[in-house]
Design a protein around this ligand. Structure first.
Ligand SMILES: Nc1ncnc2c1ncn2[C@@H]1O[C@H](COP(=O)(O)OP(=O)(O)OP(=O)(O)O)[C@@H](O)[C@H]1O
Length: 307
């Protein structure tokens, strides 16, 4: 049974002027981030934006070239730099799509190894998830299908109950039912044992409902960091009769449009003040928040393409 509290176990993360370079080329460029403890953070960015490099650096797999990463909680105290720091890294679990599992060993061995390394490991949860994902314990890891390997990674990540758990595209190999199972299991276990979760992905629409905070990277730089609701408030979707929607949205920056018969849905950038909302309602239009995916596409579009 888990008796630890959020204050004890969920790690907070801070990066200060964090830069990581490969051959002199920055993969992360002077990042200043704050990840609040006990939340589900989405780490979003297009291919090559620096998500995996950031995940690896937070987990202490990589030394920053400049700046630093600081992890802290009531459990270990504040301000631990994770690189070559066993206390801090035992509390961080990074699950990568590439897999860091010993291929020649049976699955059972991978589970035993994780159990011995992880201070918050939950064997009951691991067993339950292994059953639900139907992962055979006696098979060698390298003989598992890609999807089952991903599922094993996900089980190790969840059952670690690490105060900072990072899933770096680790569920990409899984089919839709398995990914749905992962999302459900993550939410259920997070409700029981809140910890700091980072989901790195470019499948924005699939995970957006789970996220509380979002970090968007582009070319190694921080584009934005904000609660999901704040981001969704940066735009609006206007739905109604096509002609009325077109008239209302003229002059706005349009992020997306969809039409079904005479009805149209247009997503625009910008804050709608109360007078505009009243005008829209009077014209028979419905106003909703902007989709995270549409905002993401807009914010990370190559310069010149941004509306
Ligand atoms: N080991 C490496 N050697 C050289 N360059 C690297 C290395 N790892 C990453 N990079 C470069 O750093 C930049 C960021 O890569 P990173 O893998 O962190 O991005 P990403 O957002 O995770 O991408 P993706 O979504 O495609 O996985 C890219 O330009 C990449 O080519």
């Amino acid at each position: 049974m888990t008796t630890s509290t959020l204050e004890d176990t969920a790690l907070s993360v801070r990066t200060e002027n964090l830069s990581v370079r490969f051959g002199g080329v920055p993969a992360l460029d002077r990042l200043d981030l704050r990840l609040a403890p006990g939340k589900i953070h989405g780490l979003l960015g297009r291919n090559g934006s620096g998500k995996s490099t950031l995940a690896a650096t937070l987990a202490g797999f990589r030394r920053p070239d400049e700046g630093r990463v600081l992890l802290g909680s009531g459990d270990i105290g504040a301000a631990h730099e994770p690189y070559e720091n066993a206390v801090a890294t035992s509390r961080v679990c990074l699950i990568r799509e590439s897999g860091d599992l010993v291929g020649a060993a049976p699955v059972r061995r991978a589970i035993d190894l994780a159990a011995s390394l992880r201070p918050y490991w939950d064997s009951e949860l691991a067993g339950n998830l292994m059953d639900r994902f139907e992962i055979p314990l006696n098979k060698k890891v390298q003989k598992l299908s890609r999807g089952k390997k991903s599922a094993l990674g996900v089980v190790l990540g969840l059952a670690s109950r690490a105060p900072l758990t990072i899933f770096d595209e680790s569920y990409l190999g899984m089919d839709v039912p398995s990914r749905t199972l992962f999302y459900d299991a993550l939410l259920a276990d997070y409700a029981e044992v809140p910890r700091t979760i980072v989901l790195s992905t470019h499948l924005v629409s699939e995970v957006s409902a789970m996220l509380e905070e979002v970090v968007i990277l582009d070319n190694g730089r921080l584009v934005t960091q904000a609660p999901v609701d704040t981001l969704r408030g940066r735009g609006a979707s206007i739905v109604g009769p096509a002609a009325a929607v077109d008239e209302f949205t003229s002059g706005f920056t349009v992020l997306a449009q969809e039409r079904l018969g005479g009805t149209k849905s247009t997503t625009v950038l910008g804050d709608l003040d109360p007078a505009l909302v009243t005008r829209a309602t009077a014209a028979g239009l419905e106003i909703g928040p902007v989709g995270l995916q549409e905002l993401f596409v807009h914010l990370t579009a190559p310069t010149g393409v941004r509306a």
